[in-house]
Design a protein around this ligand. Structure first.
Ligand code: ZN
Length: 329
């Protein structure tokens, strides 16, 4: 079963999270494989998306935020888009748009950064917005400060966290057809969290970037974790092997109903709004070619059908509508 564990290093400004997704991840893969239009992901795409799912859950779990965290890669290669959405409740959904066959053993760059035009975006979309409020979005390229392509997702995200959040972060990520897993180690901001040792509070946060010896030591330990170990070992064994010389305080693990789990937020109402967004002319021109407007959810595979009567109701002015239905906003 899927599980998530948070911990802090006693007396040090360092915290960690481990996530291990099993049923959650295989459900995402199962829905994709049963999609007759696309079929299952090629292994390199599956690995990238699984690492993104693990990273998205880790990042959502590391912030105090009520809403959706969306991690996206907009690719310039055979994979055009990969999206992971994680709600504060840790409901997860994910999908990738693959335009061309992806060869065995393809790297991140070969999939999404062929011309160094790939981008990684992180969006925080609050559950409740004040009028006119836009979601927060940060975007980073898939190359480093010298223009050299970054070929590991963990390095892209570590770069992002440092550039846009001023947070030292170490990520270890891995995924296969059964498990998507990740380990996050982060230096806590000097001001803020209440579990810091007294010795550090007078220092300015930026002075500490890359320089905190405790964080650096723990980061090196974390980075020694191999992909195969992260995929095959249980969480207790991983933490014992890496940090047996450190003192950890563990929090209640999130398992069962509160563990990260697959859920899709699509609905007939949302699809109806999308059709309204197309406009009546476009909607009716689709219906001239086929009996229904059919929209399949890319995340969960559910098919929504709108026949001519359903469609006509969408475009009736609200004042003439007798009951229910979706009205354009
Ligand atoms: Zn859906």
């Amino acid at each position: 079963m899927s599980e998530l564990h948070k911990f802090i290093f006693d007396g040090l400004p360092v915290r960690g999270i481990v996530v291990r997704l099993t049923d959650t991840w295989t459900e995402i893969l199962r829905r994709r494989a049963s999609n007759s239009e696309h079929g299952a992901y090629a292994a390199p795409v599956r690995e990238m998306l699984g690492e993104m799912v693990a990273a998205g859950v880790l990042m959502q779990s590391s912030i105090k935020f009520d809403g959706a965290l969306v991690l996206q890669i907009m690719g310039d290669g055979p994979v055009k888009l990969a999206v992971v959405e994680v709600q504060s409740s840790l409901e997860v959904r994910a999908t990738a748009t693959v335009l061309q066959p992806v060869p065995e053993g393809a790297t991140l760059s070969q999939m999404v950064n062929v011309n160094n035009q790939g981008r990684c975006a992180i969006t925080l979309d609050p559950q409740t917005k004040f009028p006119g409020q836009q979601p927060y979005q940060g975007v980073v390229p898939l190359f480093d400060d010298h223009g050299k392509p970054i070929d590991k997702l963990n390095a892209v995200l570590e770069h992002y966290m440092l550039q846009s959040e001023q947070l030292d972060t170490t990520l270890v990520l891995a995924a296969d057809e059964q498990v998507a897993a990740g380990l996050l180690i982060q230096r806590l901001p000097v001001q803020g969290e209440g579990n810091l040792s007294g010795s550090l509070v007078s220092k300015d946060n930026e002075d500490q970037i890359g320089l905190n010896e405790h964080y650096n030591r723990i980061s090196i330990l974390a980075s020694s974790l191999k992909r195969e170990e992260l995929l095959s070992l249980d969480v207790e064994t991983v933490l014992r092997r890496l940090f047996w010389e450190e003192t950890l305080t563990r929090f209640e693990p999130l398992v069962g109903e509160v563990a990260p789990r697959f859920a899709c937020s699509c609905s007939r109402e949302r699809v109806a709004r999308m059709i309204v967004g197309l406009g009546a002319d476009e909607a009716y021109s689709i219906l001239q070619e086929r009996p229904n407007i059919e929209v399949a959810c890319e995340f969960c595979g559910v098919q929504y059908h709108f026949d001519p009567v359903d469609t006509a109701r969408l475009f009736v002015p609200p004042t003439q509508q007798i009951e229910g239905g979706d009205t354009p906003h």
